[in-house]
Design a binder for this molecule. Structure first.
Ligand SMILES: NC(=O)NC1=NC(=O)NC1=O
Length: 174
């Protein structure tokens, strides 16, 4: 999709297209629409990153709390968003055996009890083993470090979702 097409979108269509680039946070694309015209995709990403980084700690934690657990309740009940479903299945989170499921449940629970927000990682860039290793490792962080680390993962997820939208649109155009 050409950037001039993106820049010509009404805010309704912009939010409809990009509304879930940050999981369940349509406020973010709705807000950055004000910064059009965008130079390119990277410019949109930069504005989203800037918006998130300018949030107070509670706002950042709010963004994290909008993410479904990996292999959690939503995964089990099939109520993940389309994007999360694709990402979690790609990382093998939808086909865990009972022991793996229990391990993820225990680690996610421990993480949430420690930090007050869910463990977030860019599932597309990690294998099942990477995720378990990262979750165990990051549990050792202090809250402030872990909040920033988790937000970094949110921006990676966002970046891949943005590209997916733009590239898939190009494919339909061809
Ligand atoms: N808690 C999470 O990390 N969730 C997710 N990461 C992804 O990449 N997709 C998700 O649903």
């Amino acid at each position: 999709m050409e950037i001039n097409v993106v820049n010509a979108l009404t805010y309704e269509d912009f939010v409809k297209l990009f509304g879930n680039v940050v999981e369940k946070c349509p406020l973010i694309p709705a807000a950055i629409w004000s910064y059009r015209p965008f130079k390119d995709l990277a410019d949109i990403e930069a504005h989203i990153r800037e918006f998130i980084h300018s949030l107070p700690d509670s706002g950042k934690e709010g963004v994290l709390r909008c993410h479904p657990d990996l292999a959690g309740r939503d995964t089990q009940s099939g109520t993940l968003t389309r994007e999360s479903q694709e990402e979690q299945s790609q990382a093998g989170m939808t086909t865990l055996d009972s022991a793996e499921s229990l391990q993820m449940y225990r680690l996610n629970t421990e993480y949430k009890e420690r930090f007050g927000f869910p463990f977030v990682i860019c599932a597309r860039l990690n294998s099942k083993a990477d995720i378990v290793c990262q979750l165990s490792e990051r549990l050792k962080n202090d809250r402030a470090t872990e909040r920033e680390r988790a937000i970094e993962e949110v921006t990676k997820i966002c970046s891949l979702r943005l590209r997916n939208i733009v590239l898939s649109d190009i494919q339909t155009k061809l």
